[in-house]
Design a binder for this molecule. Structure first.
Ligand code: ARG
Length: 595
C-alpha cells in the first residue's frame, strides 16, 4: 500500500474514533507538504471541523496525536491552521524503497481470468491516403491508453476499423486506371499508401478542372459537380463494387493491399500494433441487418421514400438516417455493424473509441443507438475525443501542402535527433548501428512524449524543435536521465559493487523526495486508467526524473564510502530506472541504455 493510502486509512479511523465521523479513506487525499513547513504529506482537516465542533487547529492536533500513537509510519506532526503536516517515520522510506526494488512490474496490476475486457479502437484510417499528424496523435493516444488499461488489470483488445470501401477509394482506383500506366509501389519505389494518396490527389485535380470547365460553359457549381464525367465514372465504379464486379474487386484488393503494406510500415516504426483489425467492407452489411432488426422491433421507423431512421428526439437529439431510400448504408450503419461483429468476437465489457472531436455528435448518437439495440456496453461507451494538432507556421508542408505526412514527420524527427545529438557530442564513441538506433529512439520519443503530455481535449501545436530539447519537459530529457542512471548501474556492476543492506540508513531529504515520488506511482497509474489520461503518466515521469536529478546533483553514488549509504543510493537508482522505464512504456516510448 502506498503511504498516501496508509495515511488516508489512519486518518479515517482517527476521525471515526475521535468524532464519530464516517469518512471514506478514498475521500481523504494527502497533499505534498509545502516547502516552507516540515513534513512529507499534509492532511486538510477543514471538512470535519463543523461536526467536531472544535477549532481547525484543535482538530488537526487531535488527529495528529491519534495517528502518531496508532500508525507506525507516522513519526511526528505539526499544525498550521487547518493543515496537519505529517513527517513519515524515516525507516518507512527504506522499506517503501525496498518494496519498489523487489516488486517486478512495480506500479502495474496483473490481469486475471476475472478481469474485465476493454476494447480500445484507434487509428481507423481510410484507405485513400497515407496517415498524417492527426493520425499520429490518435494512434499514440490509443496505444498508450491500451497499455495503461492493461497495467490497471484489464484485459485489453486493441482494434482498428479500416474504412476500405466507398467513393473515396474508387476515386484513387479510377485515377490509377486512367493515368497510372500500371505503376506499382515496387515499380516507382514508393510506399503503397503514398502512391494511392497521389492518385487520390490526381483525381481531385482533374475533377476540379472538369468542374471549372463545365462552369465556364454556364453550369452552376452544383450541376457541374453532378455532371462531371469523372465523378459519374467514380460513382459507376462504386456501383460495380457493390455488385461485386470481379474486375473492380480485383483492382480494389490489389490497391488496398498496397495501402496496408504502407500502413504496416508506419505502425511498425511507431511501435504500435493491433490484436484485431476490422474492415468496413465486412461490417457495413452487418449494420444493415442490425438496423432492419431494429425496424422490426420498432426501434427504427421507415419513411415513405423507403429510408430508415431513428427518432432520438426523446433523448434531446435529432432524427438520424440509417439506411438511404436506395437501401445503402451510411457511416453510422457501418459502426453498428462493426459493434455487432466485435461483440460476437469478444465479451466486451467496455468499449473505447479514440476518434477526433469533430465526431462528438456521431458517438453520442452511436451510444444511444447501441443501447437501444441491446448492446450492454453501448450506453457507457467511451468516446475518447481529442483535438487538432498542427505544426508551427511554415514548418514541413507535406506533398499536398495541407496535411503533415506521418512518415515524413517521423523521418524528420529522427534526423533532428541525429543533428542535436551530434552537436552535443552525445554519440561520440558509439558505433554507427547503435548510434542510429539511439537516434530512432530519441526522435520517436520526442514526438510521442510531446503529443502525449498535453491534455488530449486541447488543440495543440507540435513543435519539433521544442520536443527534442534535452532540458525540459520532453521525452529526450527523460530518456537521457534514464540512460545516465543505467550508466551508473553498469559501472557499479563492472566494478563489482552490489546493492547491500540499506535498511539501517536514515535517508536524507532529497532521497526521501525521490522515494516518496516512487511510492506514488501505482496510484498514478490507477488514476490514469480511471480518467483515461496518458498525460498523467507523462507528467509523473517528468516530475520523478526532476527529483532524481536534484538528488543526483547533490550526492555522489559510486564515490560514497559508507557502504549502506551507497547501497541506498544504488537502490534508488535502480528503482527510478525501473519506474521510468515502466512509465515510458505505458506511453509507448522506449528508453535507451545509453545516449
Ligand atoms: N475512418 C473514419 C474517419 O477517417 C474514422 C473512424 C472512426 N471509428 C469509428 N468507429 N467510427 O473519419
Amino acid at each position: 500500500m502506498s503511504i498516501e493510502n496508509i495515511l488516508a486509512q489512519a486518518v479515517a479511523k482517527a476521525v471515526k474514533e475521535l468524532y464519530g465521523i464516517e469518512a471514506a479513506p478514498e475521500s481523504i487525499v494527502p497533499q505534498q507538504t509545502k516547502k516552507e513547513f516540515e513534513g512529507n504529506l499534509t492532511i486538510v482537516v477543514f471538512p470535519w471541523v463543523k461536526e467536531a465542533r472544535k477549532s481547525p487547529e484543535a482538530v488537526a492536533t487531535e488527529i495528529g496525536n491519534w495517528i502518531v500513537d496508532n500508525e507506525p509510519a507516522v513519526a511526528r506532526f505539526n499544525v498550521v491552521k487547518g493543515f496537519l503536516n505529517i513527517v513519515i517515520e524515516p525507516r518507512f522510506w527504506n522499506s517503501a524503497l525496498k518494496h519498489v526494488v523487489d516488486t517486478p512490474d512495480y506500479g502495474t496490476v496483473a490481469v486475471t481470468d476475472k478481469s474485465p475486457l476493454v476494447m480500445v479502437e484507434y487509428s481507423s484510417p481510410n484507405t485513400n491516403k497515407p496517415l498524417h499528424l492527426g493520425h499520429l496523435r490518435n494512434i499514440l493516444l490509443g496505444y498508450s491508453l491500451s497499455r495503461i488499461l492493461k497495467a490497471c488489470g484489464n484485459k485489453v483488445v486493441k482494434t482498428n476499423i479500416v474504412n476500405d470501401r466507398g467513393i473515396h477509394i474508387c476515386k484513387s482506383m479510377l485515377a490509377w486506371q486512367k493515368w497510372g500506366n500500371g505503376a506499382t509501389p515496387q515499380s516507382v519505389g514508393k510506399k503503397g499508401d503514398h502512391l494511392i494518396g497521389d492518385f487520390y490527389v490526381l483525381f481531385d485535380k482533374h475533377y476540379k478542372a472538369e468542374v471549372k470547365e463545365l462552369m465556364e460553359k454556364g453550369l452552376s457549381q452544383e450541376d457541374a459537380e453532378k455532371q462531371s464525367p469523372l465523378m459519374l465514372e467514380a460513382r459507376e465504379m462504386l456501383r460495380r463494387w457493390e455488385q461485386k464486379d470481379p474486375e473492380v474487386r480485383k483492382l480494389w484488393e490489389m490497391m488496398n493491399s498496397w495501402v496496408y503494406d504502407g500502413f504496416d510500415e508506419t505502425y511498425k516504426r511507431m511501435g504500435v500494433d493491433f490484436d484485431k483489425i476490422y474492415y468496413e467492407s465486412d461490417t457495413y452489411l452487418e449494420g444493415k441487418d442490425k438496423v432492419l432488426e431494429g425496424l422490426e422491433k420498432g426501434i427504427m421507423y421507415r419513411k415513405e421514400d423507403g429510408s430508415v431512421w431513428a427518432d432520438l428526439t426523446a433523448d434531446g437529439l435529432d432524427h438520424k438516417l440509417l439506411l438511404r431510400s436506395d437501401g445503402t448504408s451510411v457511416y453510422m450503419t457501418q459502426d453498428i455493424g462493426t459493434a455487432k461483429l466485435r461483440y460476437q468476437d469478444y465479451p466486451i465489457d467496455k468499449m473505447i473509441y479514440v476518434v477526433g472531436n469533430e465526431q462528438n455528435y456521431h458517438f453520442q448518437v452511436l451510444s444511444l443507438l447501441l443501447d437501444k439495440l441491446g448492446f450492454k456496453w453501448g450506453k457507457d461507451l467511451v468516446h475518447f475525443s481529442y483535438g487538432m494538432v498542427e505544426l508551427p507556421e511554415g514548418k514541413m508542408k507535406s506533398r499536398e501542402g495541407t496535411v503533415v505526412d506521418a512518415d515524413d514527420l517521423m523521418a524528420e524527427m529522427v534526423n533532428t535527433a541525429r543533428e542535436v545529438s551530434k552537436e552535443l557530442g552525445k554519440l561520440d564513441g558509439i558505433d554507427e548501428a547503435e548510434a542510429e538506433a539511439i537516434c530512432e529512439t530519441v526522435g520517436m520519443g520526442a514526438l510521442k512524449y510531446f503529443l502525449l503530455k498535453v491534455d488530449p481535449v486541447k488543440n495543440m501545436t507540435f513543435n519539433p524543435k521544442e520536443s527534442i530539447d534535452f532540458n525540459g519537459n520532453t521525452g529526450p530529457f527523460i530518456q537521457y536521465t534514464y540512460a545516465r542512471i543505467r550508466s551508473v548501474l553498469r559501472k557499479a556492476e563492472q566494478s563489482g559493487v552490489k546493492i547491500g543492506n540499506y535498511m539501517t540508513v536514515e535517508p536524507n531529504e532529497k532521497e526521501i523526495a525521490v522515494i516518496q515520488a516512487l511510492t506514488d506511482f501505482p496510484s498514478v497509474v490507477q488514476k490514469a486508467g480511471q480518467i483515461y489520461s496518458p498525460a498523467l503518466i507523462a507528467n509523473y515521469a517528468y516530475e520523478l526524473v526532476k527529483l532524481f536529478n536534484q538528488f543526483y546533483h547533490d550526492y555522489t553514488i559510486l564515490g560514497e564510502t559508507d557502504e549502506a549509504v551507497r547501497s541506498l543510493r544504488l537502490a534508488i537508482c535502480q528503482a527510478v530506472a525501473a519506474t521510468v522505464k515502466t512509465a515510458m512504456g505505458l506511453l509507448g516510448i522506449n528508453v535507451p541504455e545509453r545516449m
